[in-house]
Design a protein around this ligand. Sequence first.
Ligand code: GLV
Ligand code: MN
Ligand code: MN
Length: 420
Amino acid sequence: MRGSTITGISIDGEALVERLAALASVGAIGDTDGACRLALTGEDRDGRNLVVAWMHDLGMDVSIDGIGNVVGTLAGAEPGPAVMCGSHIDTVRTGGRYDGNLGVLAGLEVVEAVQRSGIITRWPLAVGFFTGEEGSRFAPDMLGSLVYTGGLALEEALDIVGTDGAVVGEELERIGYRGSAPCPSPPPRAFVELHIEQGPILFAESIQIGVVTGVQGISWSEITVAGQSNHAGTTPMAMRRDAGLAAARVAAFVHDLAGEFGPPQVATVGRLELHPNLVNVVASDAVLTVDLRNTDEALLLEAEARLAAFLEDLAAGTGTGITTRRLARFAPVEFDPEMVARVERVAGELGLSHRRLCSGAGHDAQMFAPVCPTAMVFVPSWEGISHNPAEHTEPEHLEAGANVLLRVMLELAEVVEVRS
Ligand code: GLV
Ligand code: MN
Ligand code: MN
């Protein structure tokens, strides 16, 4: 049958849930649903190998680039840039099974549905997973997609040193994922990322689909405090140069700053290391991270300036030396209005409840936004919990999101033939 009809084609929701479970068993965290596959570790390699094997099973052409991004492509009737979806399969240390993984594995189910239905698209369909989206081992976050889209030179990315002292280029070699496909890569025709919301809005409002309008700005810094270790029992309070105290004051300051600014400003000290970290020793050194986010670039700049001024006063007040290193900085991103409207229309046509919202989390899609028409689809996160092994999304929501992804991709890739 020739024509452009795509009614009656849908995702196999059970197969999607099964793939998510199989991938989560790689790096499983005890008997939880979660997984730990920090970027470029052995667990990440094993997860990658599984997804690459699935891509080959689907007859996709698989390419790996110099930063380890993997793209599987299903040919269309005509050559040309693909309509791409994807996300990441690396996790934070306390990862759930849906963050990132959903966007990649739903992409495989899109390919499977297309093949099952005998659909031939005009343009190729591609599914990618991008290296080191989480940023918790190697900063910045969205590392692979940043290099893929030309936002960071490959040579610079390969030299990045992780929290454990490992180097990106060496780890890529070690796990066998330093590929030869060029990066930056020519942009795809369009990019669509399905992801769990990771926040409370859709769950609280019992809405099935989030139509993502953009991603808020992200500012990450690492703050190092140098004080003096000394005896906790004998050193008078006035004579201390306490790095632990300074670190605690930073955490309290950014918390209060977010309170003063009000939503959507958020602020987090997520990593804090004290040295020598002993009960009876004043800490000589502290290393901590600050994560500031806001949808408004001017306010984010103001928050950064307020923090910098605070750190200057803090160093003087505590007799410590304080230095700051930028780990990541991304301005807020707005997605292509036509793509956003397309996602919204498709969700409506499928009879799914939906609302527009801005993403609080960072995503690979934000790196694609400057180079091609880009959109995101969100599905609800149970109680808004994410970056936690308890992360959960109901199977019917996974399936609904994947069906929106399928429709949007088929529209963009143009169905030219349906073989019965
Ligand atoms: C990525 O998961 C982020 O920190 O938003
Ligand atoms: Mn993610
Ligand atoms: Mn994440």
